[in-house]
Design a protein around this ligand. Structure first.
Ligand code: NAD
Ligand code: TYD
Length: 355
């Protein structure tokens, strides 16, 4: 095997942050397989595009020939699988793409990995890893007083997105159990940070607030998410890849439960301070309660004691410090935002918010 890994979905939000962090900390080369859907943005990786350790391949994880060919050609020591359709609201409007990529695509990638791995010499077989990046949403919704999700919490996905991720987790588990493929799975809570596509709560609020547009809060705004800064998640993925137990799953969370309304209020308060001359100030006057998301999960919370205890990983950012970094990044990267404001993005916003 080569000192190389294949990353899928590396042009997206978490994948691109992962690749940037990887090159700052690790020696292995990366082949990034990404279909460049609306969520994939090569601009996220301009700073590594000339790096001799980096190679981009445009393609679908569900294309088994392509995946098998890449594995045979590059002889990687690991696959780190981020590629997915990732937005709950889009999955409500159109679940098919979610099953196609998250379920069938993951199956294709697993098949390609199994074929590659089963032909490796025994020592390489032992060293190889297939790391599947998943979500806490597979566990369903918590009541306000329920204990947080742990690795043995029963799966109870509620949205087409989480159902498709749950199916992919089960396939990964089955490939370990049935074929012995050395898999690892991480189930992480809501990420935020630089380079997140502005269909998700935090970047959407930052960009709308700056532009003087309404800040749409679903339902009563009391839904709770457990927020983690993206670099902490990427660090957890690297930790699990390096030291995780084969066939194990690890829950990853930021110890930062927040109600949506509090998140939006905090974004507004930071922007009041940093951008007092925006068109509408105070920014919070833009908050509007809008119709709730169908089947909206009330609360997610993660018990990440396993990865903390067994692998020594801990989140380093508080919600306050991570959110400020995130807002500052968006303020400093106007052009990034303008470039992703494509026709497809505008159509989505119009459809979702009846604008
Ligand atoms: P994203 O939507 O920002 O990026 C997804 C990337 O996958 C894009 O670059 C896209 O082009 C690529 N892609 C989509 N379909 C593909 C296909 N068929 N073949 C190849 N590439 C394809 O997503 P993200 O927020 O970066 O999430 C990455 C992973 O982390 C996903 O598996 C998601 O389920 C998981 N996750 C996300 C969060 C979160 O809060 N964003 C939390 C926990 C877990
Ligand atoms: P989101 O960022 O879509 O992540 P997820 O659904 O995977 O948790 O949404 C985070 C929370 O914010 C979720 O409870 C839905 C809510 N939300 C709004 O209130 N308004 C919005 O415009 C969006 C996009 C999300």
């Amino acid at each position: 095997m080569q000192n190389k890994i294949i990353v899928t979905g590396g042009a997206g939000f978490i994948g691109s942050n992962f690749i940037l962090q990887w090159f700052a900390n690790e020696s292995a080369a990366i082949v990034n397989l990404d279909l460049l859907t609306y969520a994939g943005n090569p601009e996220n990786l301009v700073t590594v595009s000339e790096n001799s350790r980096y190679q981009f391949v445009h393609g679908d994880i569900g294309n088994r020939e392509l995946a098998r060919g890449l594995l045979t050609e590059h002889q990687p020591r690991a696959v780190v699988h981020f590629a997915a359709e990732s937005h709950v609201d889009r999955s409500i409007h159109g679940p098919d793409d979610f099953v196609r990529t998250n379920v069938n695509g993951t199956l294709g990638l697993l098949e390609a990995a199994r074929s590659y791995w089963s032909n490796l010499p025994p020592t390489d077989q032992q060293a190889f890893r297939f790391l599947h990046v998943s979500t806490d949403e597979v566990y369903g919704s918590l009541g306000l007083d329920d204990p947080p999700f742990h690795e043995n919490t029963a799966y109870a996905p509620n949205s087409p997105y989480s159902a498709s991720k749950a199916a992919s987790d089960h396939l990964v588990r089955a490939y370990h159990h049935t074929y012995g493929l050395p898999t690892l799975t991480t189930n992480c809570s809501n990420n935020y940070g630089p380079r997140q596509f502005p269909e998700k709560l935090i970047p959407l609020m930052i960009l709308n607030a700056r532009a003087g547009k309404p800040l749409p809060v679903y339902g009563d705004g009391q839904n709770v998410r457990d927020w983690i800064f993206v670099d902490d998640h990427c660090d957890a993925v690297r930790t699990v890849l390096a030291r995780g137990g084969v066939g194990e799953t690890y829950n990853v969370g930021g110890r930062s439960e927040q109600k949506n309304m509090d998140v939006v209020e905090t974004v507004c308060a930071v922007l009041d301070e940093l951008r007092p001359d925006d068109p509408v100030v105070p920014h919070r006057s833009l908050i509007r309660f809008v119709q709730d998301r169908p089947g909206h999960d009330r609360r997610y919370a993660i018990d990440s004691r396993k990865i903390e205890r067994e692998l020594g990983w801990h989140p380093t950012e508080t919600f306050a410090s991570g959110l400020r970094k995130t807002i500052e990044w968006y303020l400093e990267h106007d052009q990034w935002t303008r470039n992703i404001a494509t026709g497809a993005y505008r159509e989505w916003v119009a459809k979702q918010y009846s604008l």
